[in-house]
Ligand binder design. Structure first.
Ligand code: UDP
Length: 489
């Protein structure tokens, strides 16, 4: 690790100091899978547009990603392939303040506490070295960080805040003071009536807010992170958002009245295929042979993402529903999905009962799976990347949001775009409902309607991302502005 870090330091210094006429983007990645994926691809996009890019990630993420690939972390250079393809991009590592072997999933609060308290000092120390020419540099950092506006001011560089969730959620957090003033948040008995005063959001129900905005105790470490992060977001020079203008027009218009706000999504791996830069934190099982043997549209893909936990009880109800539906399925059972100390949470006999029609893997290349013709539905926790990927692949969703933005994302999927259905809420999910929903989506008329709807939304995404489309134009404007501001040619 030490050897690599030194090599990278030299390369990074050369990158930021030795180049003339090239803007330098320092991209600081939030150390969680759902942020790593879009932030890595944003970094590559900037590099493809002529930026010299320094990606800052944590030692723990670097270590876990290398191990997932089966390579020695000390010799792993994630962006070597991108450089070989002509991009000026390299990586710097920073400590998140915890030992490498620390179980961040099991000790959620300690991990987030460390991101809040220890990481900022390490990043500041690193950026003091990496930002050699402030006039040519911009800081691109995840909106969830609690320090970027302050640090950017100190360094004398612009702060580009990158929001990896829908604009709607940025808007809700940005206006948390309104929710508090109106009694929908931050009190013991929040109001239950429709929220109608968030700029650009005609109406949203309290139960559609993110989980953190529904909690009455707002003193958790994640709440502290969110409050600090959005104080910082007010100081951002630019906001980039992984969404599409046509999908959230009124919210985006309202945010544009506040800040230069660029909707540049969907940010996906190039070609919607396995990325040249590995981003997975777990080893990807190859599911292609199994999928090749299944009939078109017959497989339900099931995954709850990288972060949230489900309870044993919820998992069992879903498993019973899946079995009873008779559907073929590919289920990602991430290690620690219930808890790191509960390695085998599926009901007893599940493997035998589903033999021949189901495959359970610890992790996969999700974009590859979703693009496979055999996949006809996605039972998802509604992580924002998963939602965008599912729409891009034309696959309708069965929604089981667990926490954070996933609750609000479900509103977009089910209520606004009608490309998915709900299977029930946390704590109340039951096998019969799961079975019925799976049957309707995989083989019923409801499934046909959803497939039609998802095709339409997919067309919107494709048009936005195509030459001359809204996201492409937005990204062009952003690149032009940054290139001008950072003194490039
Ligand atoms: N993912 C993957 N393989 C898996 C499960 C997930 O590659 O087996 C990827 C998925 O494609 C997505 C990311 O991990 O890009 C998860 O992000 P998301 O926002 O959907 O959920 P989160 O993990 O943040 O809850």
């Amino acid at each position: 690790m030490q050897k690599l870090t030194m090599a990278q330091k030299d390369a990074g210094a050369a990158a930021s100091g030795g180049r003339t006429g090239k803007p330098h983007a320092v991209v600081v990645v939030y150390p969680m899978q759902g942020h790593i994926v879009p932030e890595t691809h944003l970094a590559l996009r900037l590099a493809a547009r002529g930026f010299a890019v320094t990606v800052v990630t944590t030692e723990a993420v670097h270590d876990q990603t290398a191990r997932a690939l089966g390579v020695d972390p000390a010799g792993h250079d994630a962006f070597a392939g991108a450089r070989a393809a002509g991009m000026d991009v390299r990586c710097e590592l920073v400590s998140d303040g915890l030992p490498l072997g620390f179980d961040r999933s099991l000790h959620h609060d300690e991990f987030h506490g460390s991101l809040l308290h220890a990481l900022p000092g390490h990043v500041e120390e690193l950026l003091g070295r990496v930002v050699v020419d402030p006039a040519a540099t911009c800081l691109v950092a995840d909106t969830f960080f609690s320090w970027p506006a302050t640090l950017a001011r100190k360094l004398g560089v612009p702060y580009v805040s990158f929001w990896t969730e829908p604009a709607l959620i940025f808007n809700l957090y940005y206006h948390v003071h309104l929710l508090t003033e109106h009694g929908h948040f931050g009190c013991n008995e929040p109001r239950k009536d429709t929220i109608t005063y968030i700029p650009g959001v005609p109406a949203i129900e309290p139960h559609e807010l993110t989980s953190y905005l529904q909690e009455t105790n707002a003193t958790s470490v994640v709440h502290r992170i969110i409050f600090k992060a959005f104080e910082q977001a007010r100081g951002a020079d630019y906001v980039l958002c992984n969404t599409v203008e046509e999908l959230e027009p009124s919210t985006i218009a309202a945010l544009r009245a506040e800040k230069p706000f660029y909707a540049v999504g969907p940010i996906l791996p190039a070609g919607f295929a396995r990325s040249a830069v590995a981003t997975s934190m777990w080893a990807e099982s190859d599911c292609s042979r199994w999928l090749d043997a299944q009939p078109a549209g017959s497989v339900l893909y099931i995954s709850f993402g990288s972060y949230a936990h489900v309870t044993r009880q919820e998992l069992r109800e879903i498993a019973r529903g899946v079995l009873a539906s008779g559907a073929r399925f590919l289920w990602v059972m991430r290690p620690g999905i219930v808890s790191s100390d509960d390695p085998d949470p599926l009901p007893e006999g599940f493997a035998a009962a589903s033999a021949g029609r189901g495959l359970v893997v610890p992790w996969c290349c999700q974009v590859e799976v979703l693009s496979h013709a055999a996949v006809g539905g996605f039972l998802t926790h509604c992580g924002w990347n998963s939602v965008l990927e599912s729409v891009w692949a034309g696959v309708p969703m069965l929604c089981f949001p667990l926490l954070t933005d996933q609750i609000t994302n479900r509103r977009l999927v089910v209520r606004e775009w009608r490309v998915g259905v709900t299977i029930g809420d946390r704590g109340a999910v039951c096998a019969d409902e799961v079975k019925a929903r799976i049957e309707r989506v995989m083989s019923g008329k409801e499934g046909e309607e959803l497939r039609e709807a998802v095709k339409n939304v997919r067309t919107t995404l494709e048009a936005a991302a195509a030459h001359g489309g809204s996201s492409q134009r937005s990204f062009d404007e952003f690149v032009d502005e940054l290139t001008r501001r950072c003194g490039g040619c």
